[in-house]
Design a protein around this ligand. Structure first.
Ligand code: UD1
Ligand code: CA
Length: 476
């Protein structure tokens, strides 16, 4: 059966009080509309069209980024959901089979629920099927009005409802399947005879019932799936619900999550079994965590790949690659292009940017590595700095394998250090170091004897020095 998906995304989302269109607000890795499109993807629709209106340019640009196959139709004035679908149908032209209509702001909808709804609709040969849910608080939503036999007789908006209808707890989720031909005919008959003076998509159900065409209700097992998002408070509730769902799925697939309430994993992230997530962990975007890795506490990973058995503690990483058995943190910052080879170490107060570290290479303490290639089994001493930026250009540092750089070495790029070389503490290295050499690049130490006694007479330091001198002469 031919399937077409229409996503309604023209509304204003006034209560979000935002410069960003409501549909574009992020929720654990995808925009609201991105979640809806993801849920619809397994339907295998031949065509997907989004109706845009408010801030259409922004919404269209976003859609072309996340779903280039989705076309758009412009609803210049938001005259209601029925009007929006009519515009979509006109833009789509020739149409048969099933038309699935989705509100753009129901991000918790599961692909399986939508699939079940569409299959039930198609196998029953219904004219229209609506996703319904029983909710404790139906305020603001359309109610499903049933006839004496339990069949759907109409959908009524709260503002148009009688007090008895308002008491109904079965609501319209704003997710539907229609027979294309029946929908086209019914949309032509919609009026604006309601409290908002809008064309209501929901009115087609009553039209179908009146003409004797079969309509159905498909109930969502989990009412949370049908929750819409109207303001930031609802956005936060949806986020918490989605967090719980993602965490539950992960735990069921063999991931240990110590504190699910403080573990925020985007829908786009993969975590393999036997990974362990400690409290206060955020995994975002295209992040993946391999088996046996231990992440946290207090870690944020964005678009970062973590290898097997790696350990990451109190760290922030963006577009980084953390190899297998690597140890990161506590207190490390990996920036884009940081690539840490197998069994490497990035320790405390270390920042790494656009640099690859070979297998077993360690950067344990207080160091900035920027724009560098470092070989295998090299040890970068405490407090090293890679001076990669001249103020106008960035240059690269290349350090070989089995190199040992001593504390407080500064590399002034571009510079190359050969395999097995050493540097002396406090060296500023601005010339290449051949393999196996010790580079010493610091001023020689000179002690000016008696300086404190002469220049700071009577000070505590001078007195301490005098006592020490006396003790030495008495010993001698
Ligand atoms: C609609 C349903 C209501 C249901 C609720 C579920 C109608 C008349 N009512 O309510 O029964 O319980 O959804 O959330 O359909 N939109 C457009 N163009 C418009 C109007 C809306 O594209 O002219 C889009 C919005 O961007 C949104 C969706 O349609 O994605 C629903 O609009 P919204 O105003 O949130 O829903 P209601 O009309 O209040
Ligand atoms: Ca409305």
């Amino acid at each position: 059966m031919t399937r077409t998906v229409i996503v309604l995304a023209a509304g204003e989302g006034k209560r979000m009080k935002s410069d960003l269109p409501k549909m574009l607000h992020p929720l654990l890795g995808r925009s609201l509309v991105g979640h809806v499109l993801t849920a619809a993807a397994p339907l295998g629709a031949q065509r997907t069209l989004a109706v845009v209106g408010n801030r259409a340019d922004q919404v269209t640009a976003h859609l072309s980024e996340i779903a280039p196959d989705v076309s758009t139709a412009l609803q210049a004035q938001q005259n209601g959901t029925g009007h929006a679908v009519r515009i979509a149908i006109e833009a789509l032209g020739e149409l048969d089979g099933t038309v699935v209509v989705l509100n753009g702001d129901v991000p918790l909808l599961r692909a399986q629920t939508l699939q079940d709804l569409v299959e039930a609709h198609e196998s029953a040969g219904a004219a229209a099927t609506v996703l319904g849910a029983s909710v404790p608080d139906p305020t603001g939503l359309g109610r499903l009005v049933r006839d004496a036999d339990g069949g759907l007789s109409r959908i009524v908006e709260e503002r148009d409802a009688t007090p008895e209808q308002r008491a109904i707890r079965e609501i319209n989720a704003g997710i539907y399947a229609f027979d294309a031909a029946a929908l086209r005919t019914a949309l032509a008959k919609l009026t604006t005879d309601n409290d908002q003076g809008e064309e209501y998509l929901t009115d087609v159900f009553e039209l179908f019932v009146t003409q004797g065409s079969p309509v159905r209700v498909h109930l969502a097992g989990d009412a949370a799936e049908t929750l819409g998002c109207n303001d930031r408070a609802e956005l936060a509730s949806l986020r918490a619900l989605l967090r719980d769902r993602i965490n539950l799925d992960l735990m069921r697939s063999g991931v240990t999550i110590v504190d699910p309430a403080t573990t925020w994993v985007d829908a786009t992230v993969t975590v393999e079994r036997d990974a362990l997530l400690e409290p206060n962990v955020q995994l975002r975007g295209a992040t993946s965590v391999a088996t046996g890795a231990v992440i946290g506490p207090d870690v944020t990973l964005i678009d970062t790949v973590v290898g097997e058995q790696a350990q990451v503690v109190r760290a922030h990483a963006v577009q980084a690659e953390i190899g297998p058995n690597v140890s990161v943190g506590p207190y490390a910052y990996l920036r884009p292009g940081a690539r840490i080879g197998r069994k490497g170490k990035v320790g405390t107060f270390v920042e790494i940017k656009n640099a690859s570290l070979g297998e077993g290479t360690k950067v344990p303490h207080l160091t900035y590595v920027g724009d560098a290639t470092i070989g295998e089994q090299t040890n970068i001493g405490a407090g090293n700095l890679f001076a990669n930026y001249s103020g106008s250009t960035k240059s690269h540092t290349v350090i070989g394998s089995h190199v040992k750089t001593s504390c407080d070495t500064t590399f002034v790029a571009p510079v190359r250090i050969g395999d097995g070389a050493y540097t002396a503490a406090g060296s500023v290295i601005d010339k290449d170091v051949p393999a196996g050499a010790l580079a010493v690049a610091r001023a020689h130490q000179r002690n000016i004897e008696g300086w404190v006694r002469r220049s700071r007479p009577g000070s505590a330091a001078a007195e301490a020095a005098e006592r020490a001198e006396q003790a030495t002469s008495e010993e001698g």
